[in-house]
Design a protein around this ligand. Structure first.
Ligand code: ADP
Ligand code: MG
Length: 682
């Protein structure tokens, strides 16, 4: 019954198209919001039109001319006239135009002006007949997001139909008090005006309500599924004197920034309140050693610690370096990853339960239910942005109020951190270890590829360095024309580097194979490593000095920065070459940012701005509702109000059990459905 095809004004055929947009019922439809509104109120006289502007012109049709199709293309030209002159409106392949519009009709044409010498034309135009006695507001024209097989115009007419033919009556879910306190309009008013604005003012009021609601629901929801308010009694660790010994045994001195972060962590650990801290530090700033020292202090206090990394390669690398550094101190360190045999895993789990393991390093495999600690004191997640909020929480539930530390090279603006992590303290490592050289970044068009192989790649290899080449996808795919890593490896071996060792690393390989390849690369038995993004995070081979990234325009900026961070890890001068295959302005802009700055903080801010938080943090794939209208940059003020109200409500009614919050809770549960399927909520 709820199915969109049964809604008046839709029907089976239209429903099919709507399904492709993810719209299956009336609610989906009503919450499918325009991404922007075009202001068509800018009506200009024909005599004052300027090249390239998007404007509205009101005039009378004086002539319609349809050319017979040439090479399958029909061109329709409509001459319109106002008091100041004539304008030609040109349509390509829109045969219906001649059927709908007639000479002498008064119309509003909205489109882009092309002006050359004395010729004025309007292209990409949309026409509307104007009924002189209608007072419909023409100024706000909703533009909906990507519409597969559906034009924006069609969607607009669906909405009009739905709103006119059905009695839209959504039950208000925001508590009365909240509506009153923040002077919000009702949900029905908001929905109607978002799709079919009565006026600019009405639209503004409606958007305000929805923006507030999106922030509010997101935060309340995250709070609820985090499991209510945080406990105030955790573990009170001592700062063990032997920690200094471990520090002194390192082959380098910590940077000031590392020392400061460590100090902040240790102060938190001494405190009874559980630590909840984010360490942000650019790629290569040395976060791992800070984690190692924090974990060491936990072990020296006779607790267990766990360190989770997003890939097996990275987990193994951490494991090896931990074993090396901590060898003189006799800690029991183990690695738990998906590729272990059942038997190996069984042994580790047994030891873990019996407190025979001090530090457990691993991947997602750590999250499984049978992983039980004896007395877990500290949970560290490396490269936090690669995990969902849910996963971090799952790991910390394996202890009793353990301290929590998350590390990321992709910094998060404070306000967003508050949304995603609740009340999180932040340490920043804003200094690279001494001796690092800047990574010279160059962006080139794909036609330069061969030249690049013959010069820069050869040069680096001659100097004894090694090279990474990153391709976005492994398999051949017609739709997405990306050079496959396999094909590229072959091509390189055949045509350019038959004298060198070229090998491949990709995500579909077995872990053992991956490890072997990485080992060979570390031992310098491979000169050029062609890889997919599996090497994105953390991999540390200081002898590699050149990274080439194919189809660079397909990556997010932060991801490019992460990838780039695989070189410049030693004292050699290092390079990153971005090969792009697009001429779009956005692409150029992005390449420019990468060339101009090596500052991960700036880059991730830009990235967040371009991509929006949903894609940036992968919240979308974790079932966390996406912000459709709200924008954390543009709507900071509303965000703060919503945060304030969230705190207020949570304090009064932490589990939303009261009657006035009943509908609100229901709505949140519905929105967070996919997340909650996996986490039981009391
Ligand atoms: P990231 O912050 O990207 O995780 P890592 O922890 O992997 O960085 O550190 C990068 C490299 O820098 C490692 O080889 C590490 O041993 C080295 N390193 C870390 N701290 C220092 C330091 N204070 N002085 C010199 N080298 C350091
Ligand atoms: Mg790291």
């Amino acid at each position: 019954m709820n199915d969109i095809k049964y809604i008046k004004g839709i029907g089976e055929k239209r429903a099919e198209k709507l399904n492709k947009l993810g719209i299956f019922n009336l609610k989906d439809m009503l919450y499918y919001f325009p991404r922007q509104y075009e202001d068509r109120s800018n009506i200009k006289n024909i005599s004052s039109l300027e090249n390239n502007e998007k404007v509205s012109v009101v005039g009378k049709i004086v002539y319609i001319e349809e050319n017979s199709p040439k090479k399958g293309m029909t061109i329709t030209k409509i001459d319109i006239k106002d008091n100041t002159g004539y304008l030609k409106v040109v349509f390509f392949n829109q045969k219906h135009i001649v059927k709908v519009f007639k000479v002498n009709d008064t119309i509003l044409a909205f489109g882009k002006i092309k002006k050359e010498n004395r010729k004025i034309e309007m292209h990409q135009a949309e026409l509307e007949k104007i009924n002189t006695n209608s007072n419909k507001n023409l100024s706000l024209y909703p533009i909906y997001p990507l519409t597969y097989g559906l034009t924006n115009k069609e969607l607009i007419s669906y909405f009009k139909n739905i709103i006119e033919k059905n009695n839209i009556n959504i039950k208000e879910y925001l508590p009365k008090e909240v509506i009153k306190k923040y002077n919000l309009c009702g949900i029905n008013y908001a929905i109607k005006n978002i799709h079919n604005p009565e006026s600019k003012e009405a639209l503004k009021i409606s958007l305000y309500r929805i923006i507030f609601e999106e922030f509010f629901i997101l935060q309340l929801g995250l709070f609820l599924f985090k499991g209510g308010s945080e406990s105030n009694t955790g573990i009170k660790f001592k700062i063990d004197k032997r920690l200094e010994k471990i520090k002194d045994s390192l082959s380098f001195k910590l940077t000031n920034a590392q020392n400061k972060a460590l100090e902040e962590i240790l102060i938190d650990m001494e405190n009874e309140k559980p630590m909840n801290r984010l360490v942000q530090g650019d790629v290569g700033s040395g976060k791992t050693i800070v984690a190692l020292l924090a974990l060491s202090n936990v072990v020296l206090n006779s607790y267990q610690g766990v360190f989770m990394a997003p890939t097996e390669i990275l987990a193994r690398q951490h494991y090896i370096s931990f074993c090396e550094v901590l060898k003189p101190f006799n800690f029991n360190i183990e690695l738990l990853v998906g590729s272990l045999t059942k038997k190996q895993k069984g042994i580790i789990l047994e030891k873990l339960k019996n407190n025979e393991i001090d530090i457990l390093i691993g991947t997602h495999a750590l999250l499984e239910d049978d992983v039980e600690f004896n007395n877990l004191g500290l949970v560290i997640t490396d490269e936090q942005h690669r995990f969902g909020v849910r996963q971090r929480n799952k790991l910390s539930k394996k202890g009793v109020s353990p301290d929590i530390l998350v590390m990321t090279a992709t910094p998060i603006p404070r306000t967003l951190a508050l949304i995603l992590y609740g009340d999180l303290d932040i340490s920043i490592i804003d200094e690279l270890p001494p001796g690092r050289k800047k990574i010279e970044t160059i962006a080139v068009d794909k036609s330069k590829r061969e030249n690049l192989y013959k010069t820069l790649v050869r040069n680096e290899i001659q100097k004894g360095r090694q090279v990474y080449i990153v391709c976005p996808l492994v398999e051949e795919s017609e739709e997405i024309k990306v050079k496959s890593a396999t094909e590229l490896t072959y091509e390189l071996k055949e045509n350019y580097f038959s004298d060198l060792n070229v090998d491949i690393l990709h995500g579909k390989m077995k872990s053992k194979e991956k490890d072997d390849i990485m080992d060979k690369f570390k031992q310098k038995q491979i000169d050029i490593l062609v890889s997919t993004t599996v090497i994105e995070v953390g991999v540390n081979v200081p002898n590699a000095s050149l990274m080439i990234i194919e189809n660079a325009e397909r990556f997010g900026l932060s991801q490019l920065h992460q990838l780039r961070g695989r070189v410049g890890r030693g004292s050699y001068e290092s390079f990153c070459v971005l090969i792009y295959e697009s001429n779009s302005e956005v692409c150029k802009e992005r390449m420019k940012i990468m060339q101009e700055t090596n500052d991960g903080f700036k880059i991730s801010e830009k990235d967040l701005e371009i991509r929006g938080p949903g894609e940036f943090f992968g919240t979308k794939q974790h079932g966390i509702p996406e912000l459709k209208v709200a924008n954390i940059f543009k709507h900071m003020k509303i965000l703060k109000l919503a945060q304030q109200e969230t705190r207020y409500i949570i304090e009064k009614d932490p589990n939303l059990l009261s009657l006035e919050n009943k509908d609100l809770k229901h709505y949140i549960l519905d929105k967070f459905e996919t997340v909650l399927k996996e986490i039981s909520l009391n």
